[in-house]
Design a protein around this ligand. Sequence first.
Ligand SMILES: *[C@@H]1O[C@H](CO)[C@@H](O)[C@H](O)[C@H]1NC(C)=O
Ligand SMILES: *[C@@H]1O[C@H](CO)[C@@H](O)[C@H](O)[C@H]1NC(C)=O
Ligand SMILES: *[C@@H]1O[C@H](CO)[C@@H](O)[C@H](O)[C@H]1NC(C)=O
Length: 189
Amino acid sequence: MAKFVRQVFGLFLCLHCVTELHGLFMKFTNVTCESKDLNMGTVEYCELKTLGKNKNSVRLRYSMLKPVFGNIGFHFQLMTKGSERLDGTSNWQPFLYAMNLDLCRFWKNRQNYLARMVFVLIEGHSNLNHSCPYSKEKYIAIDGITNTDVSNQIRGMPLAKGFYALFTKWSTDNITRVLTNFYFEVLSV
Ligand SMILES: *[C@@H]1O[C@H](CO)[C@@H](O)[C@H](O)[C@H]1NC(C)=O
Ligand SMILES: *[C@@H]1O[C@H](CO)[C@@H](O)[C@H](O)[C@H]1NC(C)=O
Ligand SMILES: *[C@@H]1O[C@H](CO)[C@@H](O)[C@H](O)[C@H]1NC(C)=O
């Protein structure tokens, strides 16, 4: 009897670990970059890269034409796609509340949970990963974030299958400079 219980329990654990391993799977569907101030920065590249049937990555780079010392605002919001509008355009709706972050302050205390999650995703893939100022950089880049890494990192998030986007907006001195949106599809959960 004890053996049977152990086996059933073992099976349960194993199923659990299988769903863990094959949990959430997402793929990037698009990435868009826009500079709102061409005196500050321009888009050098901004693209999806296909690495295999189920693997892709995003990379993007903005040239930085002026040093940035402080007052950097990072605004981001996870969106989900509603049904299409009558004219056929996408209808993006908020999925989580919008976050407005003072980036320089964040680097000092790292207290914002959602922001921590976003920055973990780009860790090792971006030259944004240091405290203010950004005065020596010639560019700001995010390079080679793969869907497989992101899938693992957001496994715990309660996302259903469907289309999502992370809308981001960067400002300095309270003026929007750059808009970058990451689009993805959750294919399985
Ligand atoms: C990505 O978005 C841009 C801008 O909306 C659009 O022009 C482009 O066709 C899209 N690419 C894909 C692969 O959907
Ligand atoms: C930032 O990322 C680069 C490239 O991955 C790495 O070499 C560097 O040590 C990181 N710096 C910090 C402060 O984490
Ligand atoms: C930034 O601009 C917004 C909207 O114009 C305004 O409500 C807010 O008070 C401004 N913040 C700062 C720190 O100036």
